[in-house]
Design a protein around this ligand. Sequence first.
Ligand SMILES: Nc1nc2c(c(=O)[nH]1)N[C@H]1C(S)=C(S)[C@@H](COP(=O)(O)O)O[C@H]1N2
Ligand SMILES: [Mo]
Length: 316
Amino acid sequence: MLIKKPDDIRSSEITAQSVYLDRRRFIAQLGLAGAAAGIGLQQVVTPPEACAEQQIPNLTKSPLSTSEKVTPMTDVTHYNNYYEFSTDKEGPAELAKNFRTQPWSVTIDGAVAKKQKWDIDSILKFAPSEERIYRHRCVEGWSIVVPWVGFSLSELIKRAEPLGKAKYLEFTTILDPRQMPGQDRNVLQWPYVEGLRMDEAMHPLALLCFGMYGQTLPNQDGAPLRIVVPWKYGFKSAKAIVRIKFTEKQPINTWNLSAPNEYGFYSNVNPNVDHPRWSQKTERRLGEFFKRKTLMFNGYDQVANLYAGMDLKKNF
Ligand SMILES: Nc1nc2c(c(=O)[nH]1)N[C@H]1C(S)=C(S)[C@@H](COP(=O)(O)O)O[C@H]1N2
Ligand SMILES: [Mo]
């Protein structure tokens, strides 16, 4: 079967994950043995593709960070949703290894004062790089805590000079089936598209992201540029963005197009609104055994006022 809906993936792959983690621990123990024998731990546990990432200098720490325990980097980089490469969680790490992220530019168009194309390097200079440790919850019921690197998306939006009629932002991922084997399959409609309402996108928590764990983003996590919207389900956080269009009408996001009764436009994390095929009341942190309660807005209560007066059961 080609189309893997989250419930096909859920229990089976979460099991696979715990097996995988056990394997990592086993390798780590080998590493300790290696250290005793004079071989550095890093040498033993660092996967070869990690070499491609570069350290990001002058990081400032963000007051928006959670103090919760950060998920180990190897888990975050080897348990991915990135259907352009694979529908398997372990697939993107390997299949995205040679993905080209240079040169890279982002087209800014739609309802803006001036349509333009920005080179990635110029975008990274818009504001100082911050480390933001966020909870991140997938609609499938797993979650992670990641030290992302980036700055507020609002820094880009103000430079784009949106017109008064711009009410939404539409984010488009690169379309390049020669590099992205998943785009030859009809699991989703390509390219991947996501959207935010202007006030959501302007909220300081909405992150324009180009790194994690102090380094540039690994390809499988959305290099060279993605968004991270921590109070929404993970699929709202589009990877490898090449276009940001300012629109008057609400964009049609890819997962909504694929299954409108299951994935809405807003997709705020909400334990009180079940997915039609499973409960959203609890989640499992990667690397942990016991499930924990899922919090409204993923615990980011400061966004609640964006939805004042809205029925979040209808606008799921
Ligand atoms: N372009 C693109 N962006 C995407 C996806 C995808 O398949 N393609 N998957 C989404 C989903 S379902 C999740 S949970 C997060 C996972 O991000 P991570 O792999 O960095 O943890 O990316 C989101 N962004
Ligand atoms: Mo997800």
